[in-house]
Design a protein around this ligand. Structure first.
Ligand code: C2E
Ligand code: CA
Ligand code: CA
Ligand code: CA
Length: 275
């Protein structure tokens, strides 16, 4: 029994080591991918639920690794955070996304995600405005999505960044509303132009009275405060209809469209929605 125990420890050790060296290898390839600009934004459409018209595209980072194939952004974004590359990666993606968006019709917005780990830099807003300035995209067409966890470490700093962005005409969106941190109080503090209801909520609200009431309340509060509400993760027509009935303004999800490369955006715009 003792022997088995030792072997088990050894096997565990080996797999730990393997995992760590695999991680180190992936980190190295991530560094290289960044240098070679291989991480690119794909664009997921966001529609007006009442008319079906496309109103915006959200930039979602995509990385195709030679060895591991497509790696989820949840993984490589947190890796970039850990190895201090998140600012570089974000600036690169923001630059490319703004350039791409300048080729879209001017009534189409661009939404870009920020990592909450970036909220340690008082000049973050200024940096974003500077990158945007290099592309000539109107600030009014850019929306910056942040989660409530971005407000937690240093609220004062986060407020400064949000104020800088909004003063420049950029819209600020509270992402992943309903996932724990966020509360109804976040609605009334007026830091945000828009709120996105998280996909986990959209997945279950129809069979959960409490969630249904929260969605209804958020939509009503949003109307009163002039904050636009978007629902993400819409996967079926029944969810879409229910959200529309509740008065939710915008929607996003696989039912409406998955994230696509820039090459497909123009064709998608030409083929979808009222002509
Ligand atoms: P998020 O910002 O909440 O983005 C929504 C995620 O839900 C995306 O996953 C999108 O592809 C996925 N999604 C869209 N519609 C549906 C649907 O109908 N059903 C389901 N089940 N999922 C749907 P993705 O692209 O894998 O991104 C995951 C997360 O990674 C994002 O969540 C965001 O937090 C982060 N992320 C992605 N790109 C970037 C980026 O450029 N910068 C930063 N900081 N984070 C990013
Ligand atoms: Ca988002
Ligand atoms: Ca989200
Ligand atoms: Ca999310």
């Amino acid at each position: 029994a003792k022997r088995t125990g030792r072997n088990m420890v050894r096997a565990y050790d080996t797999s730990m080591k393997e995992e760590m060296s695999h991680r180190a290898a992936v980190e190295n390839r991530l560094r290289q991918a960044l240098q070679k600009r291989e991480i690119t934004p794909f664009y997921q459409p966001l529609v007006d639920l009442q008319t079906g018209e496309i109103r915006a595209f959200e930039a979602l980072a995509r990385w195709h690794d030679q060895q591991d194939g497509f790696i989820s952004p949840d993984i490589f974004i947190s890796m970039a955070e850990d190895i201090g590359l998140i600012m570089d990666l974000t600036e690169q993606l923001l630059l490319k996304a703004c350039e791409d968006a300048t080729t879209w019709p001017s009534n189409i917005q661009l939404a870009v995600n920020l990592s909450p780990k970036m909220m340690i830099d008082r000049l973050l807003g200024i940096r974003i405005i500077r990158v945007l300035g290099q592309t000539g995209l109107a600030p009014q067409r850019l929306e910056i999505e942040i989660t409530e966890s971005a407000l937690i470490a240093d609220l004062d700093l986060a407020k400064t960044v949000i104020r800088d962005l909004r003063n420049a005409g950029i819209k600020v969106v509270l992402d992943d509303f309903g996932t724990g941190y966020s509360s109804l109080s976040q609605l009334s503090n007026l830091y945000f132009d828009k709120i996105k209801i998280d996909k986990s909520f959209v997945a279950t609200f129809q069979s959960n009275d409490k969630q249904m009431n929260i969605v209804r309340t958020v939509v009503a509060l949003g109307k009163g405060l002039g904050i636009t509400i978007t629902a993400e993760g819409i996967e079926n027509a029944s969810q879409m209809e229910a959200l529309k009935q509740l008065g939710c303004r915008y929607g996003q999800g696989y039912l409406i469209g998955k994230a696509m490369p820039q090459e497909q955006v123009h064709a998608h715009l030409a083929g979808v929605g009222p002509q």
